[in-house]
Design a protein around this ligand. Structure first.
Ligand SMILES: [Zn+2]
Length: 239
């Protein structure tokens, strides 16, 4: 694995507002504590989400962007970017690969965190089609697009964005995690980030207990013991 001392910039690519907060906000908070620069890139605005549809899609998109900015702030992330694709319709297209490769070349991250592109047959919730599409497009953008100067040559010619090699990718939501981050210290900040998504979680009874028990179970699975919390990832070396 990439030594922690060599991780200076992290890019988190997700499909919807709240995905980064469920998947990796605890780990992100710990990175920020160490002075790592973290950028969030959201492919959609989550305009098809929400419980009570008192807003139309564009109203929901605006609300969810605001909620995501607040959630990012709760874990110390100020750089949040949106690609504005329609929620529920994401496919791993060449256009999406180019859009993600562009941001990789702008941010030049050592580590990228994104969705697992494979369906999880043990637990369906993380395998939303948008998640799988974003995970696949992001891995393709990491290898080969962002590092290959001949891929999307207009990125160099028109925008001056030189090739960049991401050295490691962490995938969440898959069935085969092999790396656990002890987030006990940042669990309260992860919860605050999740609760920033008021339109998604405020109506869910027992939400805090549900989140705590989920991440406590992972800590036990990781052998960290009782009273701890963990986030799990599958690490993909991409150097
Ligand atoms: Zn999602």
């Amino acid at each position: 694995m990439l030594p922690e001392s060599e991780i200076n910039r992290v890019l988190v690519v997700t499909a919807h507002p709240d995905d980064a907060d469920f998947g990796s906000a605890g780990s992100v908070a710990l990175f920020v504590d160490k002075g790592v620069e973290v950028t969030y890139l959201l492919v959609t605005d989550g305009d098809a989400g929400g419980n009570e549809r008192t807003l139309d899609n564009s109203g929901m998109a605006e609300l969810r962007r605001k909620e995501q900015l607040a959630a990012a702030k709760a874990v110390g992330v100020a750089d949040v970017r949106f690609l504005g694709y329609p929620d529920g319709q994401v496919v791993p297209s060449l256009e999406l690969r180019r859009a993600i490769a562009r941001v990789i070349r702008q941010v030049r991250p050592d580590l990228v965190i994104t969705h697992h592109p494979d369906r999880n047959y043990q637990f369906i919730a993380p395998s939303h089609p948008d998640h799988r599409a974003v995970g696949g497009a992001t891995l393709d953008a990491v290898y080969p697009d962002a590092r290959n100067p001949y891929a999307f040559p207009e990125l160099i010619k028109e925008e001056g964005l030189e090739a960049w090699t991401v050295r490691e990718v962490w995938l969440n939501g898959g069935s085969t995690p092999n790396h656990w981050v002890d987030i006990t210290e940042s669990m309260d900040r992860k919860l605050a980030a999740l609760q920033s998504h008021v339109s998604q979680v405020s109506h869910v009874e027992g939400f805090t207990d549900f989140v705590r028990s989920r991440f406590a179970a992972w800590a036990e699975q990781a052998g960290l013991g009782e009273g701890r919390y963990a986030e799990g990832f599958q690490v993909v070396p991409t150097a």
